[in-house]
Design a protein around this ligand. Structure first.
Ligand code: M6R
Length: 609
């Protein structure tokens, strides 16, 4: 949460920072600010300009200023400590030090008390300003030393870009927990929370290692550890194009990303199909990872956790070993029982979610094997897991996850099949036929992408309600959970997902006339059961939207809308039902006039607990 970026080089730094912040705005959009070096003769000054609200507000404010600078840092904020005010916006300064921060300094109170004794008092309510004060108190002309000493005192997560007034043209960066990538090219030196802020200038970049200091100047980027030893960072290359991070004619990123799903699935699945069989050789994931285990724990947050719910059903179906799905923020403090025979699978789009990362670290500490399913290359979760399977969704900008979710689903199928092959529970021919079905589901998803008019029409009804319920059993319950989250997240309508059989244990009291119930009944073994639950809500006045497989004859008095999936193997319905729930959330939010891509109070990458 919070996007930070810095640039030093030949180009106009103000423009580069504004562009970078616009690309990073998905990380936070409460306020924005920039600081830059201004030199006249032998005197250097750091000038800071901030605004409340979106980056566009900052851009308008900067447009009226005649700024010619070649070195600047910028920040877009997701507020944690202190309200959304200009004073609490970044950058924060103290003495010669000006910095931007992404993360949370947990011991800021204690540090503030100590710094008060040196005559330094904050003007904001932020933890970040305390970090600026601390670094200033330790600065005697050597930036590396001040940063190193400060890092010994700071507890929490941070990525900083720091400028020192007496070091014009230089930016210093350091991180612990929070992400930072950097690149140097003929345009200059860049640093940012995410490559999307840099990609217009360079597709080659590196992840700044934790507890290392990067010094950016127009001549290059020098990375050293805290002892001063030079560190050669591994270079990464972005395979997608800048166009992938732009709206490309769609009204919203979310809609664009919904439509990108078939390609994202193809890119994620096909490199893992060798001779018609799932294969993780290229990923370096050995079969031995799957043979020596007696249990799987899947842990993740939000949408990624919902993908894990499907993973549980698939792995248990094909492997007959117990799988539990744990919310990462609960798992990490839940005193879990893990050992070397446990495989912990973490799922994350960003690869930076603080709780999921903590779950990886805890699992490693307790001796479990860790496998992560991650979209962002080189992210912390990917680097800290024993093994990683990258999904290839490309950049997902809308806060509401869509294509990242369905590629995570596809990876659950591949893992379930490969694991079962490795343990001899699935024959090659059966695995090949499963893979065929998986690939076919991409075409079925394309068919459901054409249901947009029908779902847009249904959203007319939904937009007016205050409460809504999603129902399903088994696979459809996992999907219902995602449907409910998506709707709440972007349309601000209260919604709950219920395992259909559980409804009568309390929640059915909330079903009154015209409360919408979206019921998924796509699985044959529980079809009749879900239909009975639909009858129950219908007889209490619910407005029912029923989703079934093809070929089901449904009593027309049972529902207000009947959405019929294309004919398919029922194992793969999630790729189609996912599109339905995404469209419902999307069209409803649009009809309510909301900011679909940047819903209130949320940020894309949750790097705080
Ligand atoms: O980056 P991650 O996949 O680890 O993020 C986890 C959740 O924060 C995320 O899935 C969130 O629930 C989505 N934005 C919901 O659409």
């Amino acid at each position: 949460m919070c996007g930070i970026t810095g640039y030093t080089g030949m180009l106009n730094a103000k423009d580069i920072i504004v562009e970078g912040l616009q690309a990073l705005e998905y990380r936070g959009y409460d306020s924005a600010g920039i600081a830059f070096c201004s030199s006249s003769g032998s005197s250097n000054k750091t000038i800071t300009i901030k605004t409340v609200g979106k980056v566009s507000n900052l851009a308008s404010k900067l447009a009226s200023e005649n700024i010619d600078t070649h070195c600047a840092i910028g920040h877009t904020r997701w507020a944690t400590h202190g309200g959304v005010t200009e004073t609490n916006s970044h950058p924060h300064s103290c003495g010669k030090v000006t910095l931007i921060h992404n993360g949370i300094i947990e011991n800021y109170h204690e540090l503030a008390n100590e710094l008060a004794e040196t005559g330094r008092y904050p003007v904001s309510q932020t933890d970040s300003e305390i970090a600026a004060m601390l670094i200033d108190s330790l600065y005697d002309g050597d930036p590396h030393e001040a940063i190193r000493k400060a890092s010994e005192r700071l507890i929490g997560a941070y990525a900083f870009c720091i400028i020192f007034e007496d070091r014009p043209g230089s930016i210093y960066s350091v991180r612990c927990g929070s992400p930072l990538v950097a690149a140097y090219c003929e345009d200059g030196a860049f640093v940012a929370s995410d490559i999307v802020a840099i990609i217009e200038h360079s597709k080659d970049y590196f992840v700044l290692p934790e507890h290392h200091i990067a010094h950016l100047s127009s001549e290059g980027i020098n990375v050293v550890d805290y002892a001063g030893n030079t560190y050669e960072c591994d270079m990464l290359h972005v395979s997608w194009d800048i166009a992938a991070a732009k709206k490309g004619g769609y009204e919203h990123f979310m809609l664009k990303e919904i439509h990108e799903q078939p390609d994202a699935l193809l890119n994620t699945i096909t490199p893992r199909i060798i001779n018609n069989l799932p294969d993780f050789d290229e990923d370096g994931v050995p079969d031995s990872l799957f043979t020596g285990i007696n249990r799987v724990v899947i842990t993740a947050c939000g949408t990624a956790m919902h993908a894990g719910m499907l993973g549980k059903l698939l792995i248990e179906k094909y492997n007959r070993i117990p799988v539990s799905v744990e919310i990462a923020s609960e798992f990490r403090y839940g005193n879990p029982i893990l050992d070397e025979h446990t495989l912990v699978i973490t799922i994350s789009q960003s690869g930076e979610t603080a709780d999921t990362l903590a779950a990886v670290r805890l699992s490693t500490e307790l001796g479990a094997k860790t496998l992560s399913v991650v979209n962002v290359k080189g992210s912390s979760i990917a680097r800290e897991s024993d093994y990683v399977l990258y999904t290839h969704a490309g950049p997902e900008i809308s806060v509401a996850s869509t294509k990242a979710y369905t590629v995570q689903l596809s990876m659950m199928y591949l893992i379930a099949y490969r694991m079962a092959m490795a343990t001899g529970k699935l024959s090659d021919s059966e695995a090949a036929s499963r893979v065929k079905g998986l690939l076919k589901s991409i075409d079925n998803m394309k068919r459901v992408l054409k249901y947009d008019d029908e779902l847009n029409e249904i959203s007319k009804k939904i937009r007016k309600v205050e409460n809504l319920f999603y129902l399903g059993r088994g696979v459809d319950y996992a999907i219902a959970c995602e449907g409910s989250l998506k709707l709440k997240e972007i349309s601000y309508i209260h919604s709950e997902a219920y395992a259909a059989g559980e409804l009568k244990h309390g929640t059915i009291s909330l079903i009154v006339d015209n409360v919408p119930v979206i019921a998924f009944a796509t699985q044959e073994n529980v079809y009749a059961k879900v239909i009975s639950n639909v009858v129950e809500v219908r007889s209490r006045g619910a407005y029912v939207i029923l989703v079934t497989s093809a070929g089901k004859r449904v009593d027309t008095t049972l529902c207000d809308h009947h959405i019929i999936l294309p004919a398919m193997d029922e194992e793969f319905t999630p790729f189609c039902t996912a599109v339905i729930l995404q469209y419902l959330a999307y069209f409803t939010a649009v009809r309510r006039g909301l900011n679909v891509d940047q819903p209130r109070n949320l940020a894309k990458s949750v790097t705080v607990e």
